[in-house]
Design a protein around this ligand. Structure first.
Ligand code: B1M
Length: 211
């Protein structure tokens, strides 16, 4: 079994205690950090999601897989993120109200930091008024980035964009959105300024929004 397959198996099985050593072993073996992330972790979470959908596993198993992935990402982080200068300006990121998924958001935050943004991460299940308060506290914010992983929280994303758009500061900020159920068409429909499919393209998008 390849080192990356070993990482994938540990994520899938939620083996948090063994994941850090396995990721380190893959790095030591010369594996590309991006490949470890994509093939060893994100693909493994996709399998976890499929198994959940097919009732082969349940929420606790998804939770332990998520915990293992988070631990693995910590080992990868220094190899993925660079140039964390904050020079591109302030960006506020959050997972929208009702949604507890944060692995994708955390990866996006990491890539944005790496692209030179000063990232203020408000966490998960964040109501619109908390995001509005954060922008008011940080009037030099350039971008608000919103993540949603559930079809049932897409309306919360819509409401959040509406609430932000009703504020005087809207003309000074850009809003970007993403997450598995989100599409370019939905982003346009709800009045966001940009949509990106994954963490790497989120960084490219954010840079273009402030250019
Ligand atoms: Co949940 N869950 N979950 N879950 N979970 C999904 C999303 C699901 C697809 C599984 C399935 O059924 N196949 C399904 C949603 C179905 C739907 O809405 N259509 C689902 C469900 C149903 C649920 C619950 C309702 C289950 C229940 O309780 N019955 C429940 C909801 C809880 C809530 O939020 N209120 C729930 C709970 C959980 C856990 C808490 C157990 C756990 C999350 C732990 C955590 O995040 N800390 C969990 C997990 C782990 C998953 C899966 C298995 C993995 C998610 C993940 O981390 N993927 C997921 C299945 C799947 O994704 N295939 C599933 C890896 C991550 C890197 O990808 O988050 O997509 P992702 O992020 C990507 C892109 O989407 C994008 O870039 C990222 C990196 O490239 N992206 C952005 C994300 N945000 C972005 C923002 C941007 C740009 C790009 O700009 C701002």
């Amino acid at each position: 079994m390849s080192k990356i397959d070993e990482v994938a198996e540990l994520v899938e099985k939620g083996k948090s205690k063994k994941i850090e050593a396995a990721v380190q072993a893959a790095l030591d073996d010369g594996c590309d950090p991006v490949e470890i992330l994509n093939k060893g972790m994100i693909d493994a979470m996709g399998i976890v999601g499929e198994k959940f959908k097919n009732n082969e596993i349940f929420v606790p198993e998804m939770l332990v897989a998520a915990k293992a992935m988070k631990k693995g990402v910590e080992v990868l982080k220094p190899h993925l993120a660079s140039d964390a200068t904050g020079a591109m300006g302030k960006l506020i990121i959050a997972t929208v109200a009702g949604d507890l998924h944060d692995i994708g958001k955390n990866l996006v935050a990491m890539m944005l930091e790496s692209a030179g943004f000063e990232v203020i991460d408000l966490g998960v299940d964040v109501p619109a008024d908390k995001i509005i308060a954060a922008v008011n506290e940080n009037p030099d914010t350039k971008i608000v980035a919103l993540s949603a992983l559930l079809t049932t929280t897409m309306p919360a994303m819509r409401d959040t964009v509406s609430a932000l758009s009703a504020q005087d500061f809207r003309k000074n900020i850009k809003i970007m959105v993403g997450g598995a159920p989100i599409t370019e068409a939905f982003a346009t429909e709800i009045g966001a300024d940009g949509y990106s499919e994954d963490a790497a393209s989120a960084a490219t998008l954010a840079k273009s929004l402030v250019a």
